[in-house]
Ligand binder design. Structure first.
Ligand code: URA
Length: 211
């Protein structure tokens, strides 16, 4: 592992917004808006090492060489369905990035993750892949999703979540020591139902107003 895992993206704005998200009385629309805002702030840190190429431009005063991102080298991969909440803010920041989706559910008998949807852009091996899922709880579905992204040819992957449990970080990092994990906070533990404590509840339900 050549990176400290996890990277906690600690910033007063993120701390403040996350506190409001945790509160049980926060509305669905506010929750979604805050998740979008935090994801933008997380992306700022996660994408710090993106490479730029130099292009020639003309300012109103003279020509110059200026740095520009190569948007096509990036791919966000949302782990359905809650991953979509992190995707929006990241796409606000990098609108030209490609987007993939991975959907998994847990088989109630085997407890193994089963794929129900997977769509990734072409030439994924040429891109930095940012896999997103707000809650790194047991770590099993995140690890399985990242394995599928690797199987499709990706070699450079980062994983981004909003909240992580110590158990999830351990499971994920054991499965993918090469994949850096970025999170806004690490909570105390998982409860017996696999919820992060103190957490914020079910991120998908809170984003979409379902139960
Ligand atoms: N998924 C969630 O949405 N919340 C948790 O606490 C754990 C997993």
């Amino acid at each position: 592992m050549e990176h400290p895992n996890p990277v906690v993206v600690d910033h007063p704005l993120i701390r403040h917004k996350l506190t409001i998200m945790r509160e049980a009385t926060t509305t669905t629309s506010k929750f979604r808006m805050l998740l979008r805002e935090i994801s933008l702030l997380l992306a700022y840190e996660v994408l710090r090492d993106l490479e730029c190429t130099s292009i020639e431009i003309e300012t109103p005063l003279e020509r110059m060489q200026a740095p520009k991102l190569e948007g096509k080298k990036l791919c966000f991969v949302s782990i359905l369905r809650a991953g979509n909440g992190l995707l929006d803010g990241m796409l606000d920041l990098v609108p030209s990035a490609r987007v993939g989706h991975v959907g998994l559910y847990r088989d109630p008998k085997s407890l193994e993750p089963v794929e129900y949807y997977m769509k990734l852009p072409e030439h994924i091996g040429d891109r930095l892949c940012i896999a997103v899922d707000p809650m790194l709880a047991t770590g099993n579905s995140a690890a399985a999703a990242v394995q599928r992204i690797k199987d499709a040819g990706a070699t450079r992957i980062k994983f981004v979540c909003l909240l992580a449990a110590p158990e999830g970080i351990a499971t994920f990092t054991k499965a993918h020591p090469d994949v850096p994990v970025y999170t806004a906070a690490i909570d105390r533990e998982l409860n017996d139902h696999g919820y992060i404590m103190p957490g914020l509840g079910d991120a998908g339900d809170r984003m979409y107003g379902t139960k």
